[in-house]
Design a protein around this ligand. Sequence first.
Ligand SMILES: [Zn+2]
Length: 846
Amino acid sequence: MNLFISFQLVLFWKSKLSQKKIGHNISIATLRSNFSEKLVLGLRFALFLSIHQSCKTHICNLCWREKKKKKTNSKTMVSDIDYAEMINSMKYYGKAIDKTISRLSHISSVSFQSKDYCSNDAVARICFPINSAKCCGGMQDNIDNVRNEENRNYSKEIKILMRLFGELINKEDLQQKMEQFEGKIELVIKDLVQQSFEKQSKLESESKINELKNMEEVNYLNFFFFFLQRQQEGNMINDIDMNGHMNHNSKSENVQKEIEKTEIGEIKPGINLQGYCVNEICLASKAKLPVWINIGFDDIAFAPNNSSFSCPDCKKSTVSFIAKAMFYNSEYSICASGDSMLVKDNNYQCSYTIKSGLSYELKANKIRQHAANIEDLRERSENAMNSTEIQNLITELQKYEITVVKPPDLKGNERLLEKIQSDYGGDFNQAFDIGRFTILCDNPTKLQTAVAVMKKAEQFHLIVSEDKDFFNKQSRTHHRFHNIKLYVPKHDVYIEMQATLKNFTTLEGYTVIENPKLSHLFYEHIRAWKPNNQSEEELKQASDETLTKINDIICEWIDAKEVKKIANRYKPHSEIRILKPPKLNGVTEEDIHIKRNVSLKLTKFVYDQLCKFDPLKMKGQAIYVVLFEYFKKHIMGEMNPASCADVVSLLKKSRKQELEDDTTILQALETYVPLQANDYAHTDNDVNEKNDSYDCRQHIIDFLVEQKEEQKSEQNKQVRVMVLQGKSGSGKSLFCRHLEEALWESYINDPSAPIPVCISLPKCYNELNETQIISQALQMKNINKEIIDIIRENISFVFILDGFDEIFDKYYKNNSNNNERYFYDRFNLNEWNAKICQLSKSCVKR
Ligand SMILES: [Zn+2]
């Protein structure tokens, strides 16, 4: 505000001067040291600018955009930077003006020393008196002198104020005001400006005759506020066209182009230094852009002018002229040479001006709790969470319909101990989630506000010490939130605040996500997993990626269109019937628990989730698809079927292949004539003389359906076998294929129907492996051996065995090792949930 007032005054004054065509030749000696230093500075600065403007045609060392040719010696460079620095500090630290005064004089003196660069006499005229003014009160002054000086100054102040505010106040009132404000001229001016405002509005309402004239004054005042605003916004003072403002053209004043503040390099946790690169071939250096260098968590000592740091742009050690130090997300200390005390703080983001000529010691540590033991930490956290400071903050947030969720109880010590052990190697002072609030907002704007409110935590006597923005930047797991560590000084402990959207949270009772625990449980399985071998390593990698994908869907890192695309691939478990992974076969819950085998636990978890989770919403379905695809690829193996649907499609595919390989059958199927059958045993010379034959296919289908109903009622897996006999050439093989086709059709209409599998016994029969003949046949149909046990347990079949007569000799001989007579037992068909149709030429003895 002080800065503003001084500028106001100066500009008021300047406008009056220009109106009266006095020009620059006013002696600044009229404003002596007793005058507020800030006012002097303001005047100096404004005059400096106006003079500076008048030297446009000269080659001026002080010009922001000076002629490049003159920019060769390093002296120029220094003053350029100082100049920029000065403007920066004026922009950001209105209060810091006192400190900048010395810097400003430094620049002025530079400009005098290099008169060849700037030869405008006015600079000399202004700066010298000020320098002498600064010398006032030196050794040679006695008390009388000082008093005389004070009196003189007082009357001069009155004089100047009368010139400025004469229309508003008479001399006596002004003197009274000076007394009232104990000679603090800034306050007097502030008060007068306020009066001017009030008078203005009064005049406006009283009369419209003076409107135009008054408007002018209002414009001035508006401009001053505008000017102040610009100062605060950090825009370059140079960009304001002073002449433009002086000609009262309000239209052009209302439209102002903003200049973007550009900085190079990224601010990261720990110590960050801002300086200028001096490497001639560096672009950042050429553009005179300030660059940020991140030192990280460290302990450093440096002198800004004698140190050089690595440039983030050109990567050379050419950054010097450090002007600013910023600490980010750390506990830190800073100390300048000559200072006896070091400054310690833990605010998440703090900048300090670095002065040339001094040396500095900077230290930044990662935020840590300050507890003596876990119990101590738990107690502090609990006290802090119940403290009035935190309560006040929560109340404030809740006023704006922001949901603040407090954990029901601080985690039990056992759980806490385990987590501290696994996550932080036993270092409890790294644990911040003991006391964690969740903050839930309706939309991103609300969230932004909530975070901003938390960052202004000083008003609640809290300190924001860390702000990790995982809302706009992705975290490792893509879980989306703002993580803010609030320091509660009273209890010397950090409390965590996690802020996110209501749509994104998986917090039970607040979430809109189906099966919200899935993401968290999945994470818990892989969080502390240390893989033992290559395949585990790969599974962990894939698991991490899957978790990321799931969180991408939950937290909308991918857009709704993409989510929809994934969700479209969803098929429920009830439809595709997911197969149990072979790994889990014969493994009990206890085994999994005892074995501490992460990969096995994870397999069980994913399989269970896929069987239980029945999503209805788009996000839920997309999550299911992602999980299923992970299951299929990384748990079952890409070569294996992961569901009954996969088995079906494999069998269909191999059937198609078999038919394509056997063109005679394929052609014959197209011109198929229904096979007739009867109930009599077949003999080679048999001719059906009785007219009681029936359609064979229909007969078998009826048989299967009948059996199905029987099974339902009896609840036992009674397997029935139908044997079909026919002489050679009667079309048995063709009938097999035809029956298979018909059964496929009925399967499509009713997926609970058994799956037909045509097995050509001569192709897969092996005496040594008789009991595994079905397995053998399925392997020939591209179903992996390891999955066959699972298939056997989960899928019901109709096996159509063809060509039994062709293997009969081998089969019969093999009987010597085996006392079983029935093929049903010898082929281990009882292991299968299947109906058997066996076709053979000659009668097989039972
Ligand atoms: Zn560089």
